[in-house]
Ligand binder design. Structure first.
Ligand code: ADP
Ligand code: PHD
Length: 454
């Protein structure tokens, strides 16, 4: 059995949904179809999930939401029309459904927000199951709750409760039948909707692949492969045949938005290979994400990713490394404000804590400055805003002693002086912090190096 997930970029229009359904019917092993909400139809278009985010905000503010609701519904009605389903009926059904969502009481605004955002996937899964039934395919929509998925934690960034896997293992898949499952959300113990992180339909697919014992997790999107660099930064970058889980996780974390970084974890736990493929070119082999691979000696650097939106807190104090418990005191302050950090490189007298900006506010920054100053009395403490992380990734990075030197020299040739450099003992990635304005230039320079480095 295979789990097959289609991203919003593959389900934005009726003709794309048709391609997706044809891909599912081409292989009877594709018994579990996970769907996202309709994505952008053209550059500048708005994803349904983003429209739902606006709807949540407008509903909370007590504004008139009629136009916004119709803007969302027309996306589904157009897809229904493509298959000669009654678009008006689909629209009426979903309008009532969104009305119910708006009238429900939620424990707080976070739950309300999650409940609204989840509806993009909910409506798409219901519509696609109806379309498949009209096409005389044996398909039905199954909710994450019916599968036994239960989530815990923040309603906007939920995690699967591990006990879900016991229930998933007992879910009876029927030979010859495809279940259509909405991605991106599930319910908590109290029955409230909670969503995974944005891009989280990939996570649902990976959970189902592990929990239902799939032989393969196929992830269909709008590119024919994962490329060695973001195609928005490099024109026609080199496609990658195989990535290891570790490589994918590092690259996804640092900007390869084609696959969600959290979604690799269930695949690792279940030892399930992931095949990224193109809905518009389903015969192309795509990229395989696997536990191990043969190192490509022509390209020891597998990929280069960049992501902006980071801030560094730099703390300097002489003999910092001698004082037992110093780091713990800093971490206690972070824990008090529920702030997680991304990385913490350091020297003998200083520490640099890298935060994703989305985890900070000006109030939190001020509180951290105040309390860390009290806790460890630094000689110097300063915030360095506007950091981008450039991640150079490859299982082969340790195969040449001069590779790290060449990476840094290459950056120097384009006059980029890294703010931060960090390499873990696994030696599969080099993290380079640069000013946000230099991120694209750094990727271009390092991609050129990865092409010439033999
Ligand atoms: N290294 C990369 N290789 C391929 N695509 C990438 C890469 N980095 C970023 N992307 C972008 O990821 C997009 C696919 O992700 P996304 O739009 O989230 O798809 P989906 O809606 O199918 O989940 C591609 O269209 C491409 O612009
Ligand atoms: N629709 C959700 C979940 C998702 O995974 O979407 P996509 O598959 O289009 O990246 C989002 O936009 O975050």
């Amino acid at each position: 059995m295979k789990v097959i997930k289609f991203g919003g970029s593959s389900l934005a229009t009726g003709s794309e949904v048709e391609k997706a359904i044809n891909i599912v019917r081409a292989d009877p092993a594709r018994q579990v179809m996970v769907v996202s909400a309709p994505g952008k139809r053209f550059s500048g278009d708005v994803k349904v999930t983003d429209l739902l985010s606006e709807l949540a905000t407008a509903t909370q503010a007590g504004q008139d939401t009629t136009t916004l609701v119709e803007q969302i519904l027309v996306r589904y009605m157009t897809i229904a029309d493509h298959f000669e389903l009654d678009g008006q009926r689909v629209g009426d059904h979903f309008r009532n459904h969104l009305q119910t969502i708006a009238e429900t009481d939620y424990p707080n605004s976070e739950f309300l927000f999650a409940a609204f955002l989840a509806q993009g996937e909910w409506m798409n899964a219901h519509l696609i199951a109806q379309i498949m039934a009209k096409l005389h395919l044996n398909a039905r929509c199954v909710s994450p709750a019916d599968l036994g998925m239960v989530v815990v934690g923040s309603p906007r960034q939920a995690q699967l409760a591990p006990s879900s896997y016991d229930r998933l293992a007992d879910f009876p898949l029927i030979p010859g039948e495809t279940i259509v499952v909405p991605g991106f959300f599930a319910f908590d113990q109290q029955g409230h909707i909670a969503m995974f992180a944005r891009g989280g339909s990939d996570i649902t697919g990976a959970i189902l692949a592990r929990g239902l014992g799939a032989t393969l997790y196929e992830n269909f999107t709008d590119v024919s492969a994962i490329y060695a660099a973001d195609p928005h930064i490099i024109a026609h970058p080199r496609p990658i045949n195989t990535l290891t889980y570790r490589e994918m996780r590092e690259l996804a974390y640092a900007g390869f938005s084609v696959f969600n970084d959290e979604a690799i974890i269930p695949a690792i736990q279940g030892n399930i290979r992931i095949n990224i493929k193109n809905t518009n070119d389903p015969e192309a082999p795509g990229t395989m994400i696997a536990p191990t691979k043969e190192v490509n000696h022509h390209h020891l650097i597998t990929g280069i990713a960049a992501s902006d939106g980071y801030t560094v807190l730099y703390i300097h104090r002489y003999l910092l490394n001698r004082e037992v418990g110093m780091t713990m005191k800093i971490l206690q302050v972070l824990a008090k404000y529920h702030v997680s950090y991304d990385q913490m490189p350091g020297g003998i007298d200083d520490l640099s804590i890298i935060f994703a900006k989305k985890h900070l506010t000006t109030t939190i920054e001020a509180a951290l400055t105040r309390e860390i100053t009290t806790a460890v009395a630094p000689d110097r403490l300063k915030w360095l805003p506007d950091l981008a992380i450039v991640e150079v990734v490859g299982e082969g990075l340790s195969h040449r002693t001069d590779l790290i030197a060449r990476i840094l020299t290459q950056l120097a040739t384009v006059e980029i002086a890294p703010v931060i450099i960090s390499q873990g003992a696994a030696r599969i990635n080099l993290t380079i912090g640069v000013d946000t304005t230099q991120a694209a230039a750094a990727v271009q320079a390092l991609y050129a190096l990865s092409e010439e480095e033999k």
